[in-house]
Design a protein around this ligand. Structure first.
Ligand SMILES: NC(=O)c1ccc[n+]([C@@H]2O[C@H](COP(=O)([O-])OP(=O)(O)OC[C@H]3O[C@@H](n4cnc5c(N)ncnc54)[C@H](OP(=O)(O)O)[C@@H]3O)[C@@H](O)[C@H]2O)c1
Length: 323
């Protein structure tokens, strides 16, 4: 696999590049298909070989188109690029899982994905639209369904048997939910994708996953600056004086320091950008690592601040976070 940067071998036996491109444009922003198409192409040219998308981002078509164009140009082969997508919250019934991945594969124009994640342990009623998920107009509890994620997982395992997903995993699961899954699975989750950054270090979850051989991927690694719907009063991680001070010391940008922090913790990371210079700079973090002292400073910033997922469906029986 050319120019992927460092990789991790997942419990499935497949290699995943530790640095990938995020493609979510935020929950309530109108999708900008051209931005996503161009950003994935720029990323592949810059050396990224791992792209993160999801059914709910409504951009699988553009992600797939960008990959197709780069394959046609001879820049990459299909097997060079690691593609992750995610199961809709509305398709947790085991017999809806296959239907969901088939739709995603159709949009992506691919025969298989490298990693398929249960987007959240929370399940919503079949047929709920993305707009209703992110901006519910009525009582959110009317959207709830209570399919057990252990049952959903059985549908996920069948996808591996069929070759539709090389690896399977979860997202937004807490350690109790992971433990329950581990006790009831045939194929263990290869990955748990969760919000992680110095303001949300989740050391217990990091230790738990390490002990169980579940790889962690950090989403919103920069603190998701620019995300609509975030708490306006929340401090901006990327502007934290500790982060900017360390950046100055290494001659790097604050974003590069925040991304390197994950790699030095053994966590993979999927920063989103549609800005070519940022996409390139975010990949340019392989030539240094942080000293123990600077890692300790960054770890000391933990304040259990969740920029993204904390506000979605907090009364659902499988809501994974303590508020
Ligand atoms: N599994 C889940 O539930 C879940 C939830 C949230 C996110 N995710 C995934 O994780 C990815 C990343 O998370 P995220 O998009 O929330 O947040 P993020 O990657 O922390 O931040 C993205 C924001 O940072 C800006 N940015 C990127 N590089 C920068 C740089 N070098 N300097 C300054 N600003 C920079 C981007 O702006 P521009 O684009 O304008 O450059 C964008 O506004 C998502 O895209 C998605 O793929 C998954």
């Amino acid at each position: 696999m050319a120019a992927s940067g460092p990789t991790v071998v997942l419990s499935s036996g497949y290699k995943m590049p530790l640095l990938g491109l995020g493609t979510s444009q935020g929950a309530i922003v109108k999708p900008k298909p051209k931005e996503v198409l161009d950003s994935v192409k720029v990323a592949i040219d810059a050396g990224y070989r791992h792209i993160d998308t999801a059914w709910v981002y409504k951009n699988e078509k553009e992600v797939g188109q960008a990959i197709k164009e780069k394959i046609a140009e001879g820049k990459i082969k299909r097997e060079d690029v690691f593609v992750t997508t995610k199961l809709s919250l509305t398709c947790h019934q085991p017999d809806h899982v296959r239907e969901s991945i088939v739709k995603s594969l159709g949009s992506l124009g691919l025969d298989y994905v490298d990693l398929y994640l249960i987007h959240s342990p929370i399940c919503l009623k079949y047929g709920t639209k993305p707009s209703e998920i992110f901006q519910p107009t009525g009582n959110i509890e009317d959207l709830y369904d209570d399919v057990d994620y252990v049952d959903t997982w059985k549908g996920m395992e069948s996808l591996v048997d069929e070759g539709l997903a090389k690896s399977i995993g979860v997202s937004n699961f807490n350690s109790q939910q992971l433990e329950r899954l581990l006790q009831n699975c045939r194929i263990k989750p290869a990955v748990n994708q969760v919000e992680l950054h110095p303001y949300l270090a989740e050391q217990d979850l990091v230790d738990f996953c390490k002990g169980k051989g579940i790889h962690l991927t950090a989403y919103s690694p920069l603190g998701s600056p620019g995300r609509h719907g975030k708490r306006h009063s929340a401090p901006q991680l990327i502007e934290d004086p500790c982060v900017t001070g360390i950046a100055k010391k290494y001659g790097k940008s604050p974003a590069q320091i925040l991304l390197r922090y994950h790699l030095d913790r053994g966590v993979s990371v999927i920063p989103k950008s549609v800005t070519p210079s940022r996409i390139q700079a975010n990949f340019d973090i392989m030539d240094f690592s942080l000293s123990q002292e600077d890692m300790a400073t960054l770890c000391g910033l933990d304040r259990k601040l969740r920029y993204v997922a904390g506000s979605y469906f907090p009364t659902h029986k499988y809501f994974p976070y303590r508020l």
